[in-house]
Structures are given as structure tokens and as C-alpha cells.
Design a protein around this ligand. Structure first.
Ligand SMILES: *Cc1c(COP(=O)(O)O)cnc(C)c1O
Length: 432
């Protein structure tokens, strides 16, 4: 077996010392991986139970055309999401283009001219800055007279309760909490931490709505933000809950009155949830959701493996190799443009699709500095599949996530190390 493993890796261009180093790291992670498997087991049952309770049937997989009236597959899937997230209702649609779109719908559904949005956790994700109007943009909330306030985190990533309290006023209508760090160096928040924050905010203003940007957080723990008081959670189906199979889409789960408002924003006043044909997409959304707990587990294992690989070589990692995970993102500070390029090239070359391409930085819509992305994915841009992206700016962090299977994630990470050695950024003698 061992010889076979070395042979197949070396055929893929990975030298013996890198494989050996990887094996050592892997065996040190056994207990951690057992815990992840346990979480996946609980979440798998949560998903299956929801499908059973909502009586998912073969007919649910068929889909509709045209207006999409009486689409039982769509309606049942939304009921299943509501069960899983412990909410009254959900909106799960292929017509939600991406996570940013889902978040935009959620923001627009609640906020009206004169209202204020508060982020108590610092600057939101890059693309949302244009949605809100933090960076000027056509169609932003700001253009509609909706103001924005922010309380920054303390230097140790904890909540600045005094600043949050001072930011809540009579205009504050909606609070947005981003679970994952996005392109930031702070920690991602555990659901328990989000719960504490929600309790504090609702203690000051009970009627304020709390929305959590749940991107990359789904199924990482056995509870979700809506289990600890969030009124709405929002995410993308080409991340965790799509299980790698959903080819597009987004979801919002939450209080019935809010989901109805979201549906109206997505379609039209008067139409709401009643329209929206699903064509042939439903089997992938159902099966992807079914796969999501174990797919998320594979991504978590890959992230932890990567953190251990690079931390022991002296790179800073966020989160640290041994810390409790709040999402599937692993940031590694590579410190230079060259480091970013080598790492991303290693991921790309290990991909099942487009492995022969070399990723380069480009000005992606919604981002304010060039972003380099490595992704050789079955679903374009899917970041539950093994992928890495990095804004080309100090401190040259690569944000890496995904891996539909741990063996593939492991290979991808070993390949980045191989590329780093070849570029002289890591010394082979340091692998021990
Ligand atoms: C990915 C992400 C988004 C936006 O999702 P897209 O699907 O890329 O539009 C928003 N917030 C966070 C934290 C994310 O990770």
C-alpha cells in the first residue's frame, strides 16, 4: 500500500519528502478528524430527518417550467431547508445567482428609506461593500436613503460591546453579522459567539432584525445561527449546502414574515414565492444538500491539514492549526506575490478540470484589488470544491477552501508544497 501511494504521488510530480511530511501530519490529526466525522454524522441525520419529515418524494425531483406554479419540489425543498435551519420558512432558488445576490435580497427586503443597517463585526465582505454603498455603486442601499453604521472588532477579534451599544439607535432596523472572516485576518465566529452577540443586541433593542451571512459556515458545527436567535441566515449553494452538486443558487432561511418579504424582492410584489420554475435543477439541489454534511467535513479536514502543513514550516495561519473551526476557510500568510502565485498554481495543477491552466490576477467585479483564483471545478467558481483565492495585496494571504473529498484536498495541498519548494519559497530540508 505504502509503495503504491508513493508511486502514484510521484507520478503526479510530488517528491518523496513531501509525501512523507504529509503522512506524518495526517497521522497526528486522527483525533481531530474523528471529531469532524462525528459532526458530519449528526448533520447527516439532521438532513435526512428533514427530508423524511417533509415527505420528500420522487415527484419532488421533477421540476416545473414556465411560471413554476405549484412546484412541489421547490416548495418541499424550501420546507426542508427551514427544518434544517430551525426556521419558519426558507427561500431556496436557482434564480438567486450567488451569495451576494441572496444577501442583497435579504437586505433590500427588510430595509426601507430612513432605516439604518449595522454591522457589529467590522467591515463586511468585499462584494457587500458596494451593495451597502460603503464603496459608491449604482443601486446601493445608500442611493435609496438607507444608512450604514459599523462597530469594529477589538484587536483580538472580540466584540466591542461598548461601540456596538453606542451604534444602536432609533433608526437601526437590521444588524448583519458575518460568520466567516471573508478576506480578513480576524477569526471567524463560532455559532455560540454569534449567539452571545445576538443576545446582547436584542437586550438593547428587542425589535431589531438579525441577519447572519452564513457563507462557508453551514454544517461546520451541529448548530446554526438560527438556533441561537438569528432572524435570518443567508448563503450560497455553490458553497457548503450545495454539496458540490448544486450548479447555482442561494438560500435564505428565517422568520416567515421576512422570507415573504425576500420572496417579493426576488420576484415581484403580489407574486412572492408562488413563481419561479425549477426546470431540471432540483435533483442536484436535493442530492447536494444530502451530501453537504460529509462534503463540508472533507473541506474541514483539508483546511486543517493545510494549516498544519504550513504552520509547522513557519507560516502564519488563520485559524491556527489546532483551533476550533467556525468555517471551512483557511488563510495562510505567504508574504509575497510569488508565494501566492506558487500556491495557487499548485492547487490549479491538482484540479480535475483545467489542470493545465495557470491562474493569474484579474479585476473581479465587486472586489477592489486584483484577485487571483485557482479553481479547476466542475461547477464554475464553486468554492466548496478545492479552490484558492487571494487578493493581490498585503499581507499576501491566500484564502483556501474546499475539497469535495479529503484525498483530493490532501493531494492539492501537497502539490502546493511541491510548487513552493520548486520556487525556492520553502526549503526541502525544513520538512520534518
Ligand atoms: C462568498 C461569500 C459571499 C458572497 O458570495 P458569492 O457567492 O461569491 O457572491 C458573501 N459573504 C461571505 C462571507 C462569503 O464567503
Amino acid at each position: 500500500m505504502r509503495e503504491e501511494l508513493y508511486n502514484i504521488y510521484s507520478k503526479s510530480g510530488i517528491r518523496g519528502s513531501v509525501i512523507e511530511y504529509g503522512e506524518k501530519i495526517c497521522s497526528s490529526l486522527k483525533d481531530t478528524f474523528d471529531d469532524i466525522d462525528r459532526t458530519a454524522e449528526i448533520n447527516q441525520l439532521k438532513v435526512v430527518n428533514a427530508m423524511q419529515e417533509c415527505r420528500a418524494s420522487e415527484a419532488c425531483l421533477l421540476g416545473t417550467t414556465g411560471y413554476g406554479y405549484n412546484d412541489i419540489g421547490r416548495d418541499t425543498l424550501e420546507e426542508i431547508y427551514a427544518h434544517i435551519f430551525n426556521t419558519e420558512a426558507a427561500l431556496v432558488r436557482p434564480s438567486i445567482s450567488c451569495g451576494t445576490h441572496a444577501l442583497t435580497i435579504a437586505l433590500r427586503s427588510v430595509l426601507r428609506p430612513g432605516d439604518e443597517l449595522l454591522s457589529p463585526v467590522g467591515l463586511p465582505y468585499d462584494t457587500l461593500q458596494e451593495v451597502i454603498g460603503i464603496r459608491e455603486s449604482v443601486g446601493s442601499l445608500k442611493e435609496f436613503g438607507i444608512s450604514y453604521r459599523q462597530a469594529d472588532l477589538l484587536p483580538d477579534s472580540s466584540f466591542d460591546y461598548d461601540a456596538i451599544k453606542a451604534s444602536i439607535n432609533e433608526k437601526t432596523k437590521l444588524v448583519t453579522i458575518q460568520r466567516s472572516k471573508g478576506y480578513d485576518s480576524r477569526n471567524s465566529f463560532l455559532v455560540e459567539q454569534i449567539g452571545e452577540l445576538i443576545k446582547f443586541i436584542k437586550g438593547i433593542k428587542p425589535d431589531v432584525y438579525i441577519m447572519v451571512d452564513n457563507c462557508y459556515g453551514e454544517f461546520v458545527q451541529t448548530i446554526e445561527p438560527t438556533d441561537v436567535g438569528a432572524d435570518m441566515v443567508v448563503g450560497s449553494l455553490i458553497k457548503n449546502p450545495g454539496g458540490g452538486l448544486a450548479p447555482m443558487g442561494g438560500y435564505i432561511a428565517g422568520k416567515k414574515e421576512l422570507i415573504e418579504k425576500c420572496a417579493v424582492m426576488l420576484t415581484s410584489p403580489g407574486l412572492g414565492k408562488e413563481v419561479g420554475a425549477t426546470l431540471d435543477i432540483l435533483p442536484k439541489l436535493y442530492q447536494g444538500l444530502f451530501m453537504a454534511p460529509t462534503i463540508t467535513a472533507a473541506a474541514l479536514k483539508t483546511a486543517i491539514f493545510a494549516a498544519n502543513i504550513y504552520e509547522k514550516l513557519g507560516f502564519s495561519t488563520h485559524p491556527l492549526a489546532n483551533s476550533k473551526r467556525a468555517d471551512i476557510i483557511q488563510a495562510i500568510t505567504l508574504g509575497s506575490e510569488e508565494g501566492i502565485k506558487s500556491f495557487c498554481a499548485g492547487i490549479q495543477a491538482a484540479s480535475p478540470i483545467d489542470s493545465h491552466l495557470t491562474p493569474e490576477g484579474w479585476d473581479m467585479p465587486g472586489y477592489d484589488s486584483p484577485v487571483i483564483m485557482a479553481a479547476g471545478a466542475f461547477v464554475s467558481g464553486s468554492s466548496i470544491e478545492l479552490s484558492a483565492d487571494a487578493p493581490m495585496r498585503e499581507p499576501y494571504n491566500v484564502y483556501f477552501q474546499g475539497g469535495l473529498t479529503f484525498p483530493h484536498g490532501k493531494y492539492g495541498i501537497l502539490n502546493t508544497l511541491e510548487y513552493m519548494i520548486q520556487s525556492g519559497l520553502v526549503k526541502e530540508k525544513d520538512l520534518c
